[in-house]
Design a binder for this molecule. Sequence first.
Ligand SMILES: Cc1cc2nc3c(=O)[nH]c(=O)nc-3n(C[C@H](O)[C@H](O)[C@H](O)COP(=O)(O)OP(=O)(O)OC[C@H]3O[C@@H](n4cnc5c(N)ncnc54)[C@H](O)[C@@H]3O)c2cc1C
Length: 356
Amino acid sequence: MSTYVNASVKKEHDLSQYKGVCVLGEQKDGQLLPVTFELIARGRTLADDLGCKLSCILLGDEIQEIEQVFHRGADRILFVKAPELQNFLPRPYQNAIVKLIQEEKPEIVIAAATTTGRTVMPLVAAKLNAGLTADCTSLTIDPDTKLLLQTRPAIGGNIMATIKTPQHRPQMATVRPRSSKPLPLDCNRTGELIIKEYENATFLTPEKFLEFIKDTTQTVSIEDAEIIVSGGKGMKNAEGFKMVEQLADLLGAGVGATRDAVELGWTTYPHQIGLSGKTVAPKLYIALGLSGKIAHLAGMQTSEVIIAVNKDPDAQIFKVADFAIVGDVFEVVPMMIQAIKQHKEKAKAETCALSS
Ligand SMILES: Cc1cc2nc3c(=O)[nH]c(=O)nc-3n(C[C@H](O)[C@H](O)[C@H](O)COP(=O)(O)OP(=O)(O)OC[C@H]3O[C@@H](n4cnc5c(N)ncnc54)[C@H](O)[C@@H]3O)c2cc1C
């Protein structure tokens, strides 16, 4: 573990006026997105450690069931309300968040490393002359200095670096979606809803929202899949990788891949899991012929159960696997496929027998 200081900015600045933790919640079509509750869970721990309030920033026009934000652990909602904020556009979002931060002066602001967070947070950081640590895997409070410790893989994923921002406020970071679990729902929790309305100039932008087009190239989206079957370079070639897809198909699972498998053209980028791909946390992750390098683990190690098949008994993936199968994927996977087919046929026969 190495420690770095985010010294991009050195500016005379009264740090003591900055108080509280803020998370940037997200909505789509007026529905709160699950990542909002994940961020609240992270923010809650930080706010409790600092003994301060946790606020959730929301941008939009109409947001349904907004009280869920309190039920999941926030103390305050800072809702910037305007029709121009209903769909994400970088400039209006940047201007609204900057304005809010300048008014509220939180000492910490956390957003998700989603398309929205990854796009708007660097713009906000630049405008506020603050630092930003992207894609953190862990956020904690230093018990001595009370600074935010922002940990993320660095130098090609070979080290975990902990970054501090001692000289500027707010301390800002993004975290991967699905890298933390929401707190249990507590419908008795309430909080303070603060609605902010800003002048039209805040939302002026040359960009125009046209429409949202959903990616339909994946039959089962890996972000939502309860089971993911993932393949690496050990699948040998595009033909071998089809076995990953076959097993996934049988299980109704999503197809994942390492960066190497994607770069070799065996599957497409939306399937890539890891540091420069997606972060997933399915109930079951089946890793086939992949080594488990840190850049891959960064995207899947919070999966509930991990089964790995690798011919190398010392493969790194076995360090995180719950079930390790040391063997050749070309022998093991056909056996898995056959066993699942037999199980399905047996289950179907039993159902037919019961209904006849
Ligand atoms: C900045 C940066 C970002 C990155 N982002 C990502 C990312 O998002 N996702 C990602 O995955 N990687 C990423 N990488 C790349 C990462 O470091 C590794 O190179 C990559 O994950 C390795 O892919 P692999 O496991 O498929 O291949 P390898 O590491 O080559 O592993 C292949 C494995 O297959 C096993 N094997 C071979 N044949 C068989 C067989 N017949 N049966 C069973 N096992 C077999 C081998 O024992 C080996 O363990 C990134 C790297 C950098 C520098």
